[in-house]
Ligand binder design. Sequence first.
Ligand code: CA
Length: 227
Amino acid sequence: MPRILIVEDEPDMRRGLQDNLEFDNYDVVTTSNGIEGLRLAQKEEFDLILLDLMLPGMDGIDVCRKLKEAGSTTPIIMLTARGSEADRVEGLEIGADDYITKPFSLRELMARIRAILRRVHHDDQFQVHEYRFGEFAVDFDNLTARRNDRELEFSSREFEILKLLIENEGKIVTREQFLKQVWGYTNVPATRTVDNHIAKLRQKIEDEPDNPRHIITAHRQGYRFIP
Ligand code: CA
C-alpha cells in the first residue's frame, strides 16, 4: 500500500485529502508544520509527499529544497494557491515533481498521484496492464475493451493512444508526445492525425463526444485523461 505524507496547515484541506487518500487505500501520515514535515520525510519512508507551499515553521519551497539537497528521491507534489505562488513554484528549480493549484479537483489530484507513482515505481502494481474507469474496462495486454458487457472495437493505435493517456493520467500529453511515442516519428510533422484519432476514440468512450468527460483538450497543447 503506497504511503503518502501530507504537509498542509489548513485543517479542512488536510482532512479532506487524508480521507480521500485513505478511501483509495493509501497509507497516510499528516502534519501541519513544515519543520515537522521535513523531519518526518527524512526519518520515514514515503512513496510520495503532498506539500503545501505556505506553512508554519518552514515553507514548502524550503522543505522541498532541503529534501532534494539531502538526496531524497521521494516524489513531491506542491500544493499552491493561484497566481504568484504557482509562478514561484513553476519558476523555481526546486525539484518538485509536479504542482497543483488550489482550488483543485480531488479527481485531478488523485489522477496525478497515480501517474507519478506509476512513473517512479517500476514494479508491476503501477504498470498499466488492465484499467477500469466508469463502465469501461480495458485490457492492454490482450487488446480488448469493454463497456459493461459490450465489447468495443478499438484499433491498435487507439489502444496505444489510450494507454499513453492513462499512463499520464491527469497530465497533458502533447501532440508531439503522441506522434513520437505512438507513431514513432522522430521529426514531428504538422498534422491533424492525433486530433483525428482522438475524435474517433471519443466517439467510442464519451457519452457526449463534443463535451468530453474523460479525454480533455488542453488548448493548443494536447490532451489529458481523467478517469
Ligand atoms: Ca498553507
